[in-house]
Write a protein that binds this ligand. Structure first.
Ligand code: FE
Ligand code: FE
Ligand code: ZN
Length: 278
């Protein structure tokens, strides 16, 4: 079954987001755990939550993916920033445990001048302090485009983090098509080769979700600028190969393309459904 959705605001609650995703013929969605640029979080709303669960069951809406705020940095050189990241992670995971376990997607962090090795060490340290044996949520490390001092620009960097984690089975990887293309993985001309490399370095069993975006910036540019499908350097043909690749086609896929309203996502979902081979 094609698991396809897009990023949605949960400003009007989870139930509303589920209704929206059904309206545009998706069956999963992604939401921010709290304000992506800040840290404000909505209060837990049990009435909303119960309506959402019932609606999802009746309409075959799958568990969504929760995205951590961009401002969270597990490997800042500033200890207070790392402490704040820990607090946010703890609070987010606690909340997600009330939500019938969506997965939780995280940008690994930016080393802010300390170097990649130190950054990787701090990310693993932060995650190891937060994620305990009884954690029920699967935490995904997102592959990054490679801007600034962002960690996670290569399969090797992600693998280095995973290797240092205590509870490895609680972690996976999210592949953002825009990010990996900008990071220099040629998913347009050599998708098989890229996935083979992923398998050799990280292991494809660790790949749990896809962020499906085109890229406004060229291959290997290390710039993170999402484009609507077909309006960037990746192009629709490559996107269709991605959604139908035997190693990817069963993974949940989330659009994070720029649109003024959800009808833009609706058009993309319709196009993708037309080209997806069940
Ligand atoms: Fe992201
Ligand atoms: Fe992404
Ligand atoms: Zn991005």
């Amino acid at each position: 079954m094609f698991k396809i959705g897009c990023h949605l605001s949960i400003g009007k609650g989870l139930f509303n987001a589920s209704k929206e995703i059904k309206q545009i013929n998706g069956n999963t969605f992604q939401f921010f755990s709290r304000n992506p640029q800040g840290f404000k979080q909505k209060e837990y709303d049990d009435v909303d939550y119960k309506k959402y669960i019932k609606f999802n069951q009746e309409n075959n809406i799958l568990a969504p993916l929760c995205h951590a705020p961009y401002t969270l940095n597990c490997c800042s050189k500033d200890e207070r920033v790392r402490e704040l990241a820990k607090m946010i992670l703890e609070a987010d995971l606690k909340r997600l445990n009330l939500y019938a376990n969506p997965m939780y997607n995280l940008h690994p962090g930016a080393h802010t001048g300390q170097g990649v090795e130190k950054g990787i060490e701090l990310i693993a340290k932060t995650l190891n302090e937060v994620v305990k044996e009884d954690e029920k949520t699967i935490i995904l490390l997102e592959l990054m485009a490679g801007k600034g001092s962002d960690i996670g620009r290569s399969f090797a960097e992600i693998k280095a983090i995973l290797d240092k984690l205590i509870y490895k089975e609680k972690f996976g990887v999210c592949l953002d098509t825009c990010h990996v293309f900008a990071a220099g993985y040629d998913i347009v001309n050599n998708l098989d080769g890229v996935l083979q490399e992923f398998d050799q370095i990280i292991g494809l069993d660790k790949l749990k979700a896809i962020h499906l975006n085109d890229s406004k910036m060229p291959f290997n540019s290390n710039k993170d600028r999402h484009a609507a499908l077909g309006e960037g350097y990746i192009g629709l043909e490559a996107i269709y190969r991605i959604i139908n690749h035997p190693k990817l086609k069963d993974l949940p896929m989330y659009l994070e393309t720029p649109h003024d309203d959800i009808s833009g996502y609706g058009k993309e979902i319709a196009l993708l459904r037309e080209h997806y081979n069940e």
